[in-house]
Design a protein around this ligand. Structure first.
Ligand code: GLN
Length: 561
């Protein structure tokens, strides 16, 4: 590993020679090794040493962004302040580093090719043949330098360090232009300013639990063949790597033995930065990770979570295909709030359609109802498409009439409004025009300014203000000071403005509206312990030590149930 590689001079902000330090995190062997969590954890260590840290996630797919990708195939679409629809790893960075990223922090092949092709059409390349090398690779390097210099922590200060996570697995055809760009990048910004971290897998095999190094040897060989020699290896394994394994990896992978780290199984993810620090990563990076007290906070948080025993059960009523990543930020937000009320979170996944009348499988139906009735609180998350809608409406009805704490997010607000219109206002068959375009009683309607023909980038997206309409209500108290709150949106439909007066007169109060006072943002039901709906997605701004207020309210009410 390069002598004095990271950050020493960056610790003295007065140093005029200070240059941006880059940590490039690639992955080998297979996906799902927790590369994003590893990369974010390295960011936490740098931040703990007093550095301003930002991050860039590279996704080598051709989509411009994650906006049109199915969350059931790809995981949740993470929405940013500026309306960017990004890979869920940006959520890891925002939560771990407590920063706010922009759409350019998620670099995709779609974006970089569009940029180069546009430049070619403008004639910017002056008659040259436009090629992957150097034009795409140059565009990648320019993008990285440009985005890394943008403040991400709410200040106007340029970051000191940037974590670059390369999506996919080394050896994939589609990631090769990025590897080449990053190989060149070390010369562009100076080798001493780039640290290459490679995340790999060490499987444990046989009766004595032998730690196998061959997959890592192969992936490092492949990476080195492409011109990048990792400085640090982080190996995912079930148990801590033993000395022999570390030495073998060091010898075969051309890294120093003290630069081989293991991320073995731990009770919760807050242990990951701590585990890397305990193995000496801060020394290798050349920073003092205990200098700010941040790591001490993480230690407290990780241990606190380990000690929670009393359970709290939240029923998540959605549509599932087995990939819980589709609701990752919602799960994280529930965990943050559960930590704040000292409870161990249990999520019961209730398939919405199983709650519907006449569901064909009696066992599935019974189990869904048992979970709903057993829960301390009910959450209906965001969603699209009509499958399970009637089941979600039933869940909202159950919460409302049985005084069970309820949080409806986006679609969850809309289904609860439909339920209220049907069963309290007597508007038979009320529905959203998303599910029935010609419905007589349209409780939820298409927002007029949105395009009907284009899917990508046509939603009401990103951070928008919600202005309080009342001086006092539960959800306003939870948010605390201020006349308005900024939260992130992603929707095409809204509560029908024509019905608001009627709905409010019956007790469902729209206590937060957009800045024009027209569009409904938050409802709260009078006389119910906690029946709150939000048109926005509060899950994108929750932080481990600062749970999102609507989630905290749900968990607080659920502990009292
Ligand atoms: N499908 C609904 C809409 O477009 C809800 C969207 C969501 O839950 N994110 O308004």
């Amino acid at each position: 590993m390069t002598e004095g590689m990271l950050i020493k001079e960056a610790r003295q902000p007065q140093n005029p020679l200070m240059s941006m330090k880059y940590v490039v995190v690639s992955g080998g062997v297979l996906s799902g090794l927790g590369k994003g969590v590893t990369a974010s954890s390295i960011g936490v260590l740098l931040k703990s040493a007093g550095l301003r840290v930002t991050s860039i996630k590279i996704d080598p797919y051709l989509n411009s962004d994650a906006g049109t990708m199915s969350p059931f195939e790809h995981g949740e679409v993470f929405v940013l302040d500026d309306g960017g629809e990004a890979d869920l790893d940006l959520g890891n960075y925002e939560r771990f580093l407590d920063i706010n990223l922009a759409k350019d922090n998620n670099l995709t092949t779609g974006k970089v090719y569009s940029k180069v092709i546009e430049a070619e059409r403008r004639g910017d390349y002056l008659g040259k043949t436009v090629q992957v090398i150097p034009h795409i690779t140059d565009a990648v390097m320019e993008w990285i330098e440009d985005v890394a210099s943008k403040p991400a922590d709410g200040s106007d200060q340029t970051p000191d360090a940037c974590i670059i996570e390369l999506g996919g697995t080394v050896g994939d055809i589609e990631s090769s232009p990025y590897i080449e760009a990053l190989r060149q990048f070390q010369f562009r910004v100076g080798r001493e300013n780039v640290t290459f971290v490679h995340v790999s897998l060490v499987p444990v095999m046989g009766p004595v639990g032998e730690q196998k190094t061959k997959p890592t040897q192969h992936t490092v060989k492949e990476l080195r063949g492409l011109g990048i020699s990792p400085d640090i290896l982080v190996c995912r394994s079930t148990s801590p790597l033993n000395l022999e394994t570390r030495e073998k990896l060091a010898a075969f992978c051309h890294v120093s033995p003290d630069a081989v780290f293991s991320t073995h199984d731990v009770p919760n993810i807050y242990h990951v930065p701590l585990m890397l620090q305990e193995q000496g990563l801060c020394n290798i990076l050349g920073v003092d990770c205990e200098s700010t007290g941040l790591l001490a906070e993480w230690r407290k948080m990780a241990l606190h979570l380990d000690t929670l025993v009393e359970e709290i059960t939240i029923a998540m009523v959605g549509k599932y295909t087995g990939l819980s990543d589709a609701y990752l930020s919602v799960i994280k937000s529930l965990q943050h709030a559960a930590m704040a009320v000292d409870r161990k979170l249990v999520i019961d996944w209730v398939e919405a359609s199983h709650l519907e009348d006449g569901w064909s499988d009696a066992e599935e139906s019974a189990s869904a109802w048992q979970m709903l009735k057993g829960a301390d609180g009910i959450l209906v998350p965001g969603g699209f498409g009509d499958r399970g809608i009637e089941g979600k409406i039933i869940a909202a009805n159950y919460s409302r009439i049985n005084n069970v704490p309820y949080l409806g997010i986006c679609l969850g607000l809309q289904v609860a409004t439909i339920e209220f219109c049907r069963n309290v206002l007597g508007l038979t068959g009320a529905n959203s025009t998303e599910f029935d375009e010609s419905v007589e009683h349209a409780a939820v309607v298409f927002m007029p300014e949105i395009s009907k023909t284009h899917l990508g980038g046509t939603m009401r997206l990103g951070s928008r203000p919600t202005v309080w309409q009342v001086d006092e209500c539960k959800i306003r108290t939870l948010y605390g000071e201020g006349d308005s709150v900024d939260e992130r949106h992603r929707h095409r439909y809204e509560v029908n403005p024509d019905l608001i007066e009627q709905i409010e007169a019956a007790g469902l109060k729209f206590v937060g509206k957009d800045e024009t006072g027209q569009r409904c943002e938050i409802f709260e039901l009078e006389g119910h312990p906690y029946f709150v709906g939000v048109q926005y997605h509060p899950e994108f701004k929750s932080r481990p030590n600062r749970p999102s207020p609507p989630f905290l309210g749900l968990l607080q009410a659920a502990t009292k149930k």
